[in-house]
Design a binder for this molecule. Sequence first.
Ligand SMILES: NC(=O)c1ccc[n+]([C@@H]2O[C@H](COP(=O)([O-])OP(=O)(O)OC[C@H]3O[C@@H](n4cnc5c(N)ncnc54)[C@H](O)[C@@H]3O)[C@@H](O)[C@H]2O)c1
Ligand SMILES: O=C(O)C[C@H](O)C(=O)O
Length: 329
Amino acid sequence: MSRTPVNVTVTGGAGQIGYALLFRIASGQLLGPDVPVNLRLLEITPALPAAQGTAMELNDGAFPLLGSIDITDDPNVAFDGANIALLVGARPRTKGMERGDLLEANGGIFKPQGKAINDHAADDIKVLVVGNPANTNALIAQAAAPDVPAERFTAMTRLDHNRALSQLSAKTGTPVSEIRRLTIWGNHSATQYPDIFHAEVAGKNAAATVNDETWLADEFIPTVAKRGAAIIEARGASSAASAASAAIDHVHTWVNGTAAGDWTSMGIPSDGSYGVPEGLISSFPVTCSGGSYEIVQGLEVNDFSRARIDASVQELAEERDAVRALGLI
Ligand SMILES: NC(=O)c1ccc[n+]([C@@H]2O[C@H](COP(=O)([O-])OP(=O)(O)OC[C@H]3O[C@@H](n4cnc5c(N)ncnc54)[C@H](O)[C@@H]3O)[C@@H](O)[C@H]2O)c1
Ligand SMILES: O=C(O)C[C@H](O)C(=O)O
């Protein structure tokens, strides 16, 4: 194998998403079947033994593409030379915790991680934030990394995108492979807006094919937007394998590109497109090519969509204002 290994740092490596994610990275599904990887796992000190256990299992997988595995509780070590950073570890909301408390607790995680990325990561670093609240955690990390181009910080809405694909597939009886151009707009939260007005189902407009605004407003959108809560209710724990799968999809698409004629959804720093205030990390339709992404321009936004995009963006602006008030950005 002649290629230089890619350094992939995963935070929260001992958690449940980490357990589903790391083996797929090691097997080549993140970057490609010919790309060797070195793994760095960042965990909190008490979780280091559990991370060691996961590393033992990774070794036992005898993955041909897997070089080294390093485990640390020091962000400066974890992000040293990192090419890809998957920020999964986060402080979950616990009983009695207000939204502001959650943002503050996560600020204590994502601000130092952003600084460590700024100071130690490789020049081509690409960051995906999975840990919730993902969009605002990405904003905190990005603000702490002024020397890294802002567009390298992204938040995961690919799970929402995949959920929307699956729901539309079930409604129309069309395989997901024949659905294109779906969009998730806004925040990875219950305010997100899954948009099918520009989507295609087997080459035909999805909204026209479905032709059922009641289903769209009362079933499709709430099912996708509240799917995370429904999984927690059913499993007693938040989504893990599907979240890991979406993280793989997000980075794979970012690095290897979108298919011709299709796009994907990524939480990215807004450039002001579609009336989303510049700098907010909001989900947009994007195409990827050559390791970069671009917002799909020129889509008509009807009144139905406008109201829903604006509501989610408003929530993002409130989260930004809250972390600004806490001095986190
Ligand atoms: N964006 C999405 O679509 C999406 C989907 C599912 C879950 N999530 C979020 O992903 C996060 C992780 O979920 P999980 O199920 O793996 O949780 P988990 O509790 O099983 O694992 C989290 C891990 O992060 C570690 N951790 C905590 N603080 C850390 C720090 N400062 N540095 C490094 N590691 C740290 C913990 O020790 C733990 O091992 C949660 O915030 C969850 O809400 C996001
Ligand atoms: O962890 C959560 O709160 C839910 C998660 O973000 C999900 O969408 O499954």
